[in-house]
Design a protein around this ligand. Structure first.
Ligand code: IPD
Ligand code: CA
Length: 339
């Protein structure tokens, strides 16, 4: 375990919360300016992979603030990564910030409010502090955050003109998972940016996975999952924090990156959720333990925290059973890291 004390982690959390709010003010002002001047966008991978001056502006605010205080820490940000030559997974064991300045850039372009500033901090490659600030939700923003530590915690705060309105601790024992899960679950899944069209493309298979999850029990050759609903918010960060907060049950996304999920995973893990690879391992037996996700693996399946159920099944047993049920309905997706 790292030699960071809870007091040090609290300082990092406080700094991340503070800079997330500064970045949120910047984005709200930016949206006001748009009433006069249309937002300029540039394409990265394709016409749905967009970057705006605000993405770069917010990343600079966050990076400069954090590195001024902690120059010895490493920093991985979506926009610096996209602009750079180095495309390997850069996370090492030392203290490292992983930041998405704006998750849900397409939403922001359309003024759809599912847009989040996502600030994660890893120790020994494990998401340890997470702050996700959605500046267009609630009065003046909603913040989900956590410190992963026995004396840490996870919180949800709504902001108003005078600051936070009663932060809510997120860890009150959440209910058991639905007894026949995935039946009855709320499922978050993203179509993502890989829009290639052929029978084996990621988009074709993702769509099949989502239809499997939604179809009635017995349908689709036994793959029907009859979930209560499928939600696609356009922000993997928001999908992850809703599941972390128990405001949904399952998050499934492949093709996104470590900065889309790092902060959300810190919050999810602190509340008692789990995250695994969204592809089923090829040779996993029923008795084998389920491996957790690789943060740089670009495929994530998260299950919310839960209490013991009426059959005496532990939270972990319910979560692992649900993971196996989702995997049964999942075609394997292929997202490589650029070399
Ligand atoms: C994207 C969003 C989207 C997900 C993509 C991400 P961006 O991030 O999280 O929901 O499907 O994989 O890249 O571009 O808005 O920062
Ligand atoms: Ca993102």
């Amino acid at each position: 375990m790292s030699d960071f004390s809870i007091a040090q982690l609290r300082q990092l959390h406080e700094l991340a919360c503070k800079v997330a709010r500064i970045a949120g003010d910047y984005l709200r002002e930016d949206q006001l300016r748009r009433r006069k001047v249309a937002l300029a966008t540039r394409e990265k991978l394709n016409s749905v992979d967009l970057v705006t001056a605000a993405d770069e502006g917010v990343e600079k605010i966050i990076k400069d603030t954090i590195l001024a205080k902690y120059p010895e820490h490493a920093f991985i940000g979506e926009e610096s990564y996209s602009a750079g030559e180095e495309k390997r997974f850069l996370l090492k064991d030392g203290p490292t910030w992983i930041v998405d300045p704006i998750d849900g850039t397409v939403n922001m372009v359309h003024m759809f409010p599912m847009t989040a500033i996502s600030i994660g901090f890893c120790l020994e490659s494990i998401p340890t502090v997470g702050v996700v600030f959605a500046p267009f939700l609630g009065g003046q923003g909603m913040m989900y955050s956590a410190i992963r530590h026995p004396e840490g915690g996870a919180w949800l705060s709504e902001f108003g003109p005078d600051g936070p309105i009663t932060p809510l601790p997120l860890v009150s024992p959440p209910p058991p998972l639905p007894i026949d899960a995935p039946k009855g679950c709320l499922f978050f899944g993203e179509y993502g940016k890989d829009r290639r069209d052929h029978p084996q493309s990621n988009l074709t298979k993702k769509a099949a996975n989502f239809v499997n999850m939604a179809t009635e029990i017995g349908g689709r050759g036994g793959k029907g999952g009859m979930v209560h609903g499928i939600r696609s918010l356009g922000s993997s960060t928001m999908d992850m924090v809703y599941v972390a907060a128990g405001q949904g049950d399952i998050m499934f996304e492949a093709g996104c990156w470590e900065w889309d999920v790092c902060a959300g995973i810190a919050i999810l893990l602190q509340t008692g959720g789990i995250v695994v690879d969204s592809n089923p391992p090829s040779d996993l037996k029923d008795s084998d333990p389920i491996p957790m996700a690789n943060l740089g693996g670009r495929r994530y399946l998260a299950i919310r925290a839960c209490s013991e159920d009426s059959n005496g099944r532990s939270a972990r047993a319910q979560q692992e059973a649900l993971v196996r049920e989702v995997w049964k309905r999942t075609e394997r997706l292929d997202y490589q890291r650029p070399m």
